[in-house]
Design a binder for this molecule. Sequence first.
Ligand SMILES: Cc1ncc(COP(=O)(O)O)c(C=O)c1O
Length: 389
Amino acid sequence: MKLFDVYSLFDVTPVKGLGTRIWDDKGTEYLDLYGGHAVISVGHCHPRYVSAVTEQLGKLGFYSNSVRNPLQEELAEKVGELSGYQDYSLFLCNSGAEANENALKLASFHTGERRVLAFKGAFHGRTSGAVAVTDNPKIRSPYNSWHEVTFVNMNDIDSVREELSKGDIAAVIIEGIQGVGGIIIPDDGFMKELREATREAGTVLILDEVQSGYGRTGKFFAHQWAGIEPDIITMAKGMAGGFPIGGVLISPEFEPVKGMLGTTFGGNHLAMAAAIAVADIIKDEDLVSNAFEVGEYLKKRIEILRSAQNDKKSQNDKKSQNEIKEVRGRGLMIGVEFNGPVAEIRKKLLFEKHIFTGVSGKNMIRLLAPLVLTKDDVDIFIKALEEVL
Ligand SMILES: Cc1ncc(COP(=O)(O)O)c(C=O)c1O
């Protein structure tokens, strides 16, 4: 049987990882500034993570949600402490899309409404509701298109208020920082107004922190930079070191009803052991602060590179494709936007300099490094990028 061929692949086969490093099947070492798409928060194969998962596997890998599982309560306690949302409750599932799917469903149950307000450039996943609130018609089939969704411009509070005034909105869903959309940070002032407007309208504010959460931006959740508290928060990628997982934080306003949400695999023993280990490591190694500090350093170094490019060219020079246009982001969620396509730059970084990076659109290199990244790692990257450019 062949694999269903839906992914564009780089010709690299990683077989081993440690911290910020990966090795391929030929023994070549790579620096990982992509974290397997923001998943590897505590670094590859952290010894505490490996022993926690191994130990749990030897005890009990799985049992269903029909019996008590104290590991779920332990994780909820730890996430509450790390995030500051102790009074919210936690629903556990298996992926980012599933977390958003459950968040949208809960909001619709709560308000009795079905229309959802989402933002231009948004990405929320590929399952039916999640892809319907994703602003990309190419990945939305006719089957996914019957959902009632309205897209408005980011930071456009007037349009949001106008839609809310129609009185039929179940939820507004927004990413803490748009990742796939190109590291678009909503204005803090807009987020405050959005919180106020959704509260006034009696609708549910859902913060999708699947990519921007779990310490990545230098706060536990990216929306905490704006000082707001949403009604529902979704998370997934950085939670369990690559073990499939998702989570929904739900404010005390919501009443759980037996059977209203559910999943077979969500919250299983192995996933919990993995997630508890990650939460402990994030706390003990102060990785949220590290993400901020090293992220700031990385942005500063790229900014210096950008200025040097600018200084070099005379005023009449045409724009070169390899010119850095802008660097933006928070913590270790960083976009480096160029004046042209970045495909060649990324290929050279990977195959000549042995550095993994991500991408947004055609012109942006997206950096989603493990939160254990060091300033020395940054120096290696900057030197490599300079040489490639
Ligand atoms: C903001 C955001 N939401 C949701 C998802 C979907 O997560 P998953 O691929 O785990 O379903 C992603 C994945 O990239 C994402 O970036």
